[in-house]
Design a protein around this ligand. Structure first.
Ligand code: 2BA
Length: 113
């Protein structure tokens, strides 16, 4: 038996958990914070039989892959009228999202008491 610790972005967590559940792979979600960026992320604790480790990792890979996303600019509003100022919206920017850090650890004992 193995314990997989997967640190994933919050926005990807729901999809991973749903797919793991469909495969009858149990998972516990912990709210965590990255020590470097100090931003919230999610740590998934997945205790599973050795045969299911590859499936779990494949799901994490598919749902949390690093990708680029376009950020839709918010319109700039005129202070007086609160009307959107045409031609003054901020330029579109591309941001990196996703990615997962995964540890796979041997489990010495697994008990349900
Ligand atoms: P990643 O390496 O993709 O790491 C994302 C998050 O995964 C980390 O958030 C941390 O919560 C966890 N993590 C990664 N490696 C780990 C490990 N060996 N042990 C335990 N947890 C681990 P953050 O710490 O906020 O880091 C966010 C991003 O900042 C990292 O992305 C990396 O690109 C960069 N980074 C982290 N530490 C750095 C450092 N000391 N110097 C330069 N860049 C760093």
């Amino acid at each position: 038996m193995k314990m997989i610790f997967a640190i994933v972005h919050k926005e990807d967590e729901g999809f991973v958990v749903e797919r793991l559940n469909k495969e009858h792979i149990s998972v516990t979600k912990l709210s965590s914070t990255g020590g470097f960026m100090r931003k919230g992320n999610t740590t998934l604790m997945i205790g599973t039989e050795d045969e299911k480790v590859d499936t779990a990792i494949q799901i994490i890979k598919e749902e949390c892959s690093r990708r680029k996303e376009m950020l839709v600019p918010t319109p700039t509003y005129s202070e007086g009228t609160r009307a959107p100022m045409l031609g003054y919206s901020s330029p579109q920017i591309t941001v990196d999202v996703g990615g997962a850090t995964v540890f796979v650890v041997d489990v010495e004992q697994f008990l349900k008491l």
